[in-house]
Design a binder for this molecule. Structure first.
Ligand code: FAD
Length: 474
């Protein structure tokens, strides 16, 4: 086989890149190891219930500018339902804290919500003033400097109370960056915090269809219409270059796929497995092996009755718990409220603590954790349960990892990298994946001599946070 452009990996990054190139006049091939597209955001039909479910529940943010533009292109942007009235609901035992964005200038807009939290006092909130100042003035250069230390070290150094570290920061870190504070890069956490405190309005949303319907099927239709080739069940085992220029990829079955440009849109672990020995000492490939996977366990429980009308809640982080975030799909998915009792999906993030548990134990504990939030669950029974163990949900942003995220271009001419873990200055997410795929497409348009701008930058901070950023950055 021979293409102008071969994209290895049909996850969001690879598909975003392929769709962006659809009218470039270039012959594009997507080579995917699995029998379906979508990667870590894939879906399938659950045989018992007949419902389409994702590998694990996913959220989308209004700040996913590139992901939303991708959905716009695919004609599915209106499939996102947005949480209104509150940003998110945090639960700790019976106590509920609704985080809202109040009509105050950022960063003050979050403070009234913190003040309503049980056991959180003004001393806790005010103990964040140094990290808040740092976040408002944050630049990418500073993210790199902070990347050397752990988030926990930074918070302690800045005088944040232990109580607030445990209550807010540990919860935010595991939910957004998928790693405990002591294992998280301070730079990565500050970057997320800067966005949280810097923007006036943002919201969490959920697809009201399975992710396959949200982006995989529409992307396939666009690619097939454009004459692109999708090659499934085709595992790449080696990339081959000659005189520093990419030549072809070798598939498990022995075939070769030649192309002028290859976009490797795979995880760091997969990339490692296809690198020739000679490249492993080269920057940026030498650090690829250092990305630690954050494993997840996602649980789906079909209850025999409705448990409430909430779409989503998160638990305050406690290492003794299993799950962090819960989604009642009967309140999210289009048409499910009529057909079903509640279908609750949840995530156990950085799930090493669940390794020794059987699926039955995971289900029993998850049911208990749901009962603590929704008393109606005590009278309900579980009709069907699915436990998905996911060894690599995202690469962990451990200290030092920000500096090791590779750029789109590599020292091998004709080889580009994409994927949520590449250097997008975003947490590994669907947004980062689309951003990376579009950055690779931009590089291809430049190489073609017809530059195009695709990647949308993050919004600049607003209000007081914006003023401080403009006057004190760095
Ligand atoms: C349970 C779960 C919950 C998540 N929740 C959220 C969320 O709420 N919000 C959010 O934004 N993100 C979330 N994520 C992360 C999000 O799914 C990923 O960031 C995103 O899907 C990554 O896309 P990607 O294209 O970079 O990589 P992948 O999806 O990993 O795509 C890589 C593709 O390459 C293929 N491949 C690998 N090796 C080879 C090979 N040798 N040859 C050919 N093909 C190969 C793989 O099969 C895969 O299809 C979650 C992930 C999981 C697992």
């Amino acid at each position: 086989m021979q293409f102008d452009i071969v994209i290895v990996g049909g996850g969001i990054a690879g598909l975003a890149c392929a769709v962006a190139l659809r009218d470039s006049g270039l012959q594009v091939g997507v080579v995917e190891a699995s029998s379906t597209l979508g990667g870590r955001a894939c879906s399938w039909t659950d045989r018992h219930s007949g419902d389409d479910v994702d590998l694990g529940p996913h959220i989308i943010l209004t700040e996913y500018r590139n992901m939303l533009a991708f959905l716009e292109l695919l004609g599915t942007r209106d499939r996102i339902v947005w949480e209104t009235g509150r940003l998110l609901r945090l639960r700790e035992g019976q106590h509920v804290t609704d985080m809202r964005l109040h009509a105050l200038s950022p960063p003050l807009h979050l403070m009234p919500s913190f003040a309503t939290a049980e056991r959180i006092g003004w001393a806790d909130i005010l103990s964040c003033r140094r990290v808040l100042c740092m976040a408002m003035r944050l630049t990418e250069a500073q993210v790199r400097r902070l990347d050397r230390k752990s988030a926990l070290e930074l918070l302690r150094h800045c005088g944040v109370t232990s109580h607030f570290i445990e209550w807010f920061w540990a919860t935010a870190c595991i939910s957004v960056l998928n790693v405990p504070l002591e294992r998280c890069s301070a730079g990565a956490l500050m970057r997320v915090f800067a966005q949280l405190v810097g923007l006036k309005e943002y919201a969490i949303g959920f697809a009201d269809v399975a992710l396959a319907e949200l982006f995989v099927s529409p992307a396939i239709r666009k690619l097939e219409r454009a004459g692109s080739v999708i090659h499934l069940d085709a595992r790449v085992v080696r990339m081959v270059a000659e005189n520093g220029r990419f030549q072809y990829i070798a598939l498990e079955g022995g075939e070769r796929v030649a192309a002028r440009i290859c976009v490797a849109a795979v995880t760091p672990q997969s990339l490692m497995s296809m690198l020739p020995d000679g490249w492993r000492q080269m920057r940026p490939f030498m650090s690829v092996g250092g990305f630690e996977p954050s494993p997840y366990v996602s649980c789906y429980l079909w209850f025999d009755r409705k448990l409430g009308d909430e779409r989503f809640w998160a638990r305050i982080w406690n290492p003794a718990d299993l799950n962090t975030d819960f989604y009642d799909l009967s309140n999210i998915r289009c048409g499910w409220s009529d057909r079903h009792g509640s279908v609750i999906a949840s995530n156990i993030i950085y799930s090493h603590r669940a390794d020794s548990l059987s699926d039955e134990q995971i289900v029993a504990t998850t049911v208990r954790e749901i009962q603590q939030a929704l008393p109606a669950a005590e009278r309900a029974s579980v009709r069907h349960a699915v436990v998905n163990r996911i060894p690599m949900a995202i690469p962990c942003p451990t200290p030092g990892s920000e500096r090791n995220r590779p750029a789109t271009r590599t020292p091998i001419e004709g080889l580009l990298l994409a994927g949520d873990w590449t250097d997008t200055a975003l947490p590994a997410s669907m947004e980062s994946a689309v951003h990376s795929g579009w950055a690779a497409a931009e590089a291809i348009f430049r190489w073609q001599g017809a530059p195009r701008s695709l990647v949308l930058p993050k919004r600049a901070p607003e209000g007081i946070a914006g003023w401080v950023h403009r006057h004190g950055a760095g």
